[in-house]
Each structure stands twice: as C-alpha cells, then as structure tokens.
Design a protein around this ligand. Sequence first.
Ligand SMILES: [Zn+2]
Length: 335
Amino acid sequence: MPLPQPELPEPAHPDVDSMLSRKFGKEVANYFSGSPLNRVSFLRPDHAFLSAALKHPSTSFLLFNKLEPLIKSGTEIAYAKLKDVQPVIGTDPFEKSEEDVIKDYNSSTYVPQVIFLGLDESKEGLVYKEWYKGQPYFAVDVTPKDNVAKAAEELIKDVEGRGLSFSKGRMHLSLPAQEAAIYAEARHLLDWNARNPFCAACGYPTLSVNAGFKRTCPPRDLAASLKNAGVHLGRVVIHSTQPWPYPANLMIGAIGQAIPGGEEIHLGHDAELDDAKWFTAEEVREALRVGTSGLGEEAGPEYKEGGLRLPPKTAIANQLMSAVVAGFASGTPMM
Ligand SMILES: [Zn+2]
C-alpha cells in the first residue's frame, strides 16, 4: 500500500508582504527544506559547546548505515541516545580542541563521522552561555568499518532487535516534512564527507572538522611520520603515457628514485598491493629477456620456473622497466 503523501513544510515567513510576494505569491518551502533546527554555525569550532551538546540528556542521534537512516516506520525516524552510539564514536569525539585534533591527525586511524545538525529551539534542552538553547541533534555514521566494525555491528544488531530498521530506497519521501529536512541535512553531509577524503590541491588525506561541515588538509599526518613510512621518493619524472581502453583510462608512466635510507617497503600503505620487493637491474634485465608474456600465456623457452615474470612490450610497465635498466633515470645503463 502506498504511504501517505506528507504535507509540505510551513515557510519561515508566510505572511510577509514584499515586492516578491506581491509578484510571485506567498513564500513556499519545499519538501526536505524548512528544517526546525538552528544550525548555530558559529559554534561549530567550539569543542566545549559540541561536547556539552553531545552529552546533554535531551540530545538525539540519527544513525546511518551505508547512508540509510534508522527508522521506526516509513513515516517516522528513530533517534538513538548517546549510550547507544558511544561504543562506536568513543566517549567524547569533541573532547579535544579542533587545533589539537588537526595537530594530532593520523590518517591510519578510521574515525566515524559525527555531524552536529543543530538545536531545536522549540524544545527544552541544552542551555549554553545563556543565549543558545534547545534540543541538540547529531548524525552518526555507524557503517561497520575498520576499527569500529565490531562495535557498529553490535549496535546495528541491538537497534534492529528493538524493531527498528535502516530504511532502503526512497522511503524517506513519506517522512513528515520537519523530519525529512533533518534527514536531508544529515544525509547530504555524511555523503559529502565520504566523497571528499583527499585534498584537491595536494592529494593527501583530509579530515573533517567543524563537526562535519568543513574538511581541512592538515599540515602533518602522524601516519606518515610513524616508523615504517615506507619507501621515500626523491625525484619523479614522467616517462610516457598509454591510453588503456578497459574501460576508459589514461595510464601515466612515471619513474621515481628512492632516497638512500628510505628503501624499506611497507605494504600497509597501499591496499592494492599483495606483495612487493626490490630487484636488481640485472634480474629485471634477465626477466625482460626471458620472462615476459601476456596474461595467461606461457613465458619463453629460456624461462626458469620461479624466476621473475613480467608483462609484454604492449604494457607500459614493460616500457618503464626497460627504460630504467637502459639508464633513463641515471643517464647510464644500470649495472
Ligand atoms: Zn592539501
């Protein structure tokens, strides 16, 4: 049976007479707009405020699993309490100042996204510095992942055991307008944060600040300065490119030089690598001579089992290795 069509939200100033209302009619608020929350954006960098809002007994947490919201039914969002989400987000994710969070940034530790949505000033709740009052709302990403996978799975099992569910598809179009607006704010910010994990200028991991409304590129990343930071690159030069129509790639072949003392391989820095090791120029030269073949094909007759296998000349990887052993980087053939 189709769910009932919800009413549109009441616009903020429906009766204001103005040039616009005389020309275009009464102000309209569309579905997903007209949120009852005051976002108090200027308080977002204030970790003491965020911490107080998080811990207030009136605070509501809207949970998302893979961007699907927790609901009671197609017409009602379900809100959790701090004790429900603490096993996933920790005691207080706003304990430290934003300055310290940026200073201590470590991209190797997954931190579940927590978004401060705003204060519902029509309800009793937190009172902060006398002026700012209302019931605080947060959104939390409880998708089971990395170091919080187990805690998140337990939380999901627990809420589903209470008859709640993570809504699929577009059921949210049947929520009451005010809840739909809170849901829309939460979902688009969770999605935006998840889609922008890297800096557009330098390519390094970014971190979410301002309780989910801003991403910043920290000046340093502890993950990069820990022991085993892997291979340290000095000069990198582009050798050539290769269109790779499977399905629509341009491969860029670059040759980089490891800095002496920075040759240690650490597989943890690249999830795409199964294994890696260093080979001498002579081993590579020999493999280029006897060990190349296409995918699924046998190597040449001189190849000895256990030796290094390499892709054929049609692959840019072969051309890069040939260039290196022929002296592309050093100017003289490598011995
Ligand atoms: Zn950057």
